[in-house]
Design a protein around this ligand. Sequence first.
Ligand SMILES: Nc1ncnc2c1ncn2[C@@H]1O[C@H](COP(=O)(O)OP(=O)(O)OP(=O)(O)O)[C@@H](O)[C@H]1O
Length: 427
Amino acid sequence: MATSSSAVEEDASQSKLVADRYLKREQLGEGTYGMVFKAIDTKTGKTVAIKKIRLGNYKEGVNFTALREIKLLKEIKDPNIIELIDAFPHKGNLHLVFEFMESDLEAVIRDKNIVLSPADIKSYIQMTLKGLAYCHKKWILHRDMKPNNLLIASDGQLKLADFGLARIFGSPDRKFTHQVFARWYRAPELLFGTKQYGPGVDVWAAGCIFAELLLRRPFLQGSSDIDQLGKIFAAFGTPKPTQWPEMVYFPDYVEFQYFPAPSLRSLFPMASDDALDLLSKMFTYDPKARISSQQALEHRFFSSVPPPTKPALLPRPPPKGETLNERPLDLNLQEGPFVLSPLRKMRRVTVNHVGFGGDALNAGRGSNNNENDKEARGGGESGLTGLVPMSIDLEAMFGSTTNLRPKLNSVDRSHLKRKLHMDPEFE
Ligand SMILES: Nc1ncnc2c1ncn2[C@@H]1O[C@H](COP(=O)(O)OP(=O)(O)OP(=O)(O)O)[C@@H](O)[C@H]1O
C-alpha cells in the first residue's frame, strides 16, 4: 500500500512525525500490549502499523534479552509472517513498526457475505501452517494464535502477527477482556498449567482455527480454563492416562469424569476424510504425539483435490476503514422508509438456524435487542448464518454433559460485547 511522495508531503503538515520517520495517522485499535496506529513511513512511502508497547508494565523496562529477541524477530523474513520493519523507543514506549495489513482471518470468518469453499479453507490453513513451520524451525513459538492474529495482506497472503511477543513481553494477562477469547485456542497442556510446552501449543491452536474455518464460529468456547478442558473432552473424549501419561503430573491437573469421544464426522459433517484425519492429528492430546506444523503441511489433505485457492483469488472482506459509502448500495442494509399510518401489527419474523438444516421460524422477537437478534440469527455467540452447515451442538447430541461442561450454553457476554464493539464495562 504505497503512498505518493506528494501525499507524504501533504500529510507531513497535518500529522505528527514520530522518530523523524513515521507520520502518525489514526488509531487502528488496542490489543494486549498497547495501542496500534496507522502511519506512513516517509522513508519508503508505505503505509505501516505501529504497535506502541507500554513499558510501564515491565518494571525493569525491556531487558537485553528482550532487545536481542526483537532483533531476531526483525530478521524473520517469510511470506506468511508479518514483517517487523523497525523497532525504537519513543517517549517511554517501545514502538514496533509492522507492514500494514488490510484485514484478518477473524473478519473473513465472521463476514456473512463470504462463502468459503473447501479450497479456500485449505489455502488459509496452509498459509497458517507455513508461517508456523517457518518459525518452529527457528525454535520460535507463537503462543497466542487466534484468528485476529492472522492478518491478511492486499495480495491475499495470510501472515502471522504477534509472533514471539508472548515470549518477550510475557504471556498476555488473561484478566484483560480482549484476552479471554485466546482461551478457546489453548492446548490442554497449557490449561493443565504446564510450564514445559513446545510448538505443539501452536499446532493445537491452528487446529482450532481450522475447525473455526469449517464451522464459521469458534469451535470450543470455554468460559473458564476448567470449562475449556470440559469442552475439549466432550469433543474428543476424556483422555486416559495410557493415552497421555504425563497429564496427571501437570500442576493444575484435575480428574474429569470419563466421557467417550464422539466421531469427528459428527462434529464436522461436511469436512473431507483427509481434513478429518489432519484435524484428529492436530488435536492429539499428548503433545509429543501431536503432528508438527511441518508434518501437517506434508499431510495428504494438502495434495488431494481440490488444490488450495491461490491467495489473490481468496474471498476477503472489504479493507479496514472502508465505509459502506464506498461499497455498492445494498438496499437490504439500509433502513427503509417509515410507515406513517398507525401500525396494525408489530411483528417481525426471523429465521433461527438450529444445527444443520434444522431451521425454525422464530416469530415476534424484539428488534432492538442485540442479544436476541444474535441468538435468532443462530449459533448464539457468533451470530453466524447458515452459510455453511453448522456443526452439531455437542449438548444437543449427547444430552447432559453438564458435569463435564458446567456452562456449555452460557453466552459469553464479554465476547458478545467485543463482537458488537461495545465498551467492555458496558452492562
Ligand atoms: N500490521 C497491522 N496492520 C493493520 N492493522 C493492524 C496491524 N496490527 C494490528 N492491527 C490492528 O490493530 C488493532 C490492535 O491489534 P493488536 O494486535 O494489538 O490486538 P488484537 O489482535 O486486537 O488483540 P490481542 O492483543 O488480544 O491479539 C486490531 O484492530 C488489529 O487488527
